[in-house]
Design a protein around this ligand. Structure first.
Ligand code: DON
Length: 322
């Protein structure tokens, strides 16, 4: 990094100017108090609505944190992004997409529906994510599968802390009628690969992955790994194959923001993924990864401040022109 600085070769050369612009905008967005904390899982309903954090990591490993960037939160649907990338790296996109489609569903993230081929529409909604996580080390004991995924998450984060919130897991499992219904429906239509564990166990794994806990600082490095073609910018270790990285960015771009995905792609033009806990990752390919966190959600289930930040940012200039 020092050599690159001396050579003036960094992808964001005017770092102080860039980060101060981002901070200004961040403080602007703090004024937004619209939106409600997710209430359908008791542990989420208890989140502090005023938390607001931001972290940036460039593909050169430059990092910037501001606000509540160290506040830990359960990653919820952000896990769908990483799970997909890990499974696609492990078994290949062709095999994975034998079970899951590529199209935006145009429906709510937890709807009970399949596409015209009888597959879940894409891996970024619950149905597709449940099938995707069933492909993680198929046939192995749940403990080994969880261990495998955590060690892959740590490659993505460069060893930064990835925790697990058991209370969220239990609370999520207790209020999961919809996810059980989706899974039974998919079982009826033979959507799962042969050799899966019981639906109960498969859903436990899915809930456990939603209950992994990180802060913006960690997630920005994971997002930067996706910006960097799958190679962690801090450790230079490959975490995700180049193809899986490209594929996950395409899916984030078309399907990552629930029912706002089309408008977000149109206005912001960047791959992003949100989760109901209020976390959001944004990737500027070949430049940087970013994580924003604010638990107040709009009607589409996206973080109000997070979405506004990105929309305003692109209105006043793209992420890499400041
Ligand atoms: O499956 C659920 O209901 C949630 N734990 C999923 C969380 C989420 O962020 C929804 N996203 N697509």
């Amino acid at each position: 990094l020092v050599l690159e600085i001396l050579r003036g070769n960094l992808c964001i050369p005017e770092w102080p100017r860039f980060t101060s612009k981002m901070t200004e905008l961040f403080e602007e967005c703090r004024k937004i108090t619209d939106g409600q904390v997710a209430s359908y899982i008791p542990q989420l309903a208890r989140a502090d609505p005023n938390l607001w954090g931001m972290s940036i990591c460039s593909v050169d490993g430059q990092r910037y944190h501001y606000g509540d960037s160290k506040a830990e939160f359960c990653i919820q649907s952000l896990s769908k992004t990483f799970n997909y990338a890990i499974v696609a790296t492990d078994i290949g996109a062709d095999k994975l997409h034998g079970y899951v489609g590529h199209e935006p569903s145009g429906r709510l993230f937890n709807e009970i529906c399949l596409d015209a081929q009888g597959k879940p529409h894409n891996p970024m909604i619950n149905s597709g994510a449940i099938v995707t996580s069933s492909l993680i080390r198929l046939g192995r004991p749940l403990s080994d599968r969880f261990d495998f995924i955590i060690s892959e998450y740590r490659k993505l984060s460069g060893g930064l802390h990835v925790g697990f919130n058991n209370a969220t897991f239990l609370s999520e499992r207790d209020t999961a009628d919809r996810n059980y219904a989706i899974s039974h429906y998919m079982k009826e239509y033979s959507c799962f690969p042969k050799g899966i564990a019981s639906l109960r166990e498969e859903l436990d794994l899915y809930f456990q992955l939603c209950s992994l806990e990180c802060c913006c600082e960690t997630l920005s490095v994971m997002a930067a790994t996706l910006a960097n073609g799958g190679i962690n910018p801090l450790t230079q270790q490959r975490a995700i194959s180049a193809q899986a990285c490209r594929d996950v960015l395409s899916l984030m771009y078309s399907c990552g923001m629930y029912d706002l995905s089309g408008k977000f792609a149109f206005q912001v033009g960047l791959p992003a993924k949100s989760g109901v806990s209020g976390g959001m990752i944004v990737v500027v390919p070949n430049v940087m990864g970013m994580c924003l966190f604010s638990p107040r959600l709009d009607k589409t289930g996206n973080s109000t401040r997070g979405v506004s930040f990105c929309m305003v940012k692109t209105r006043i200039g793209s992420f890499h022109n400041y």
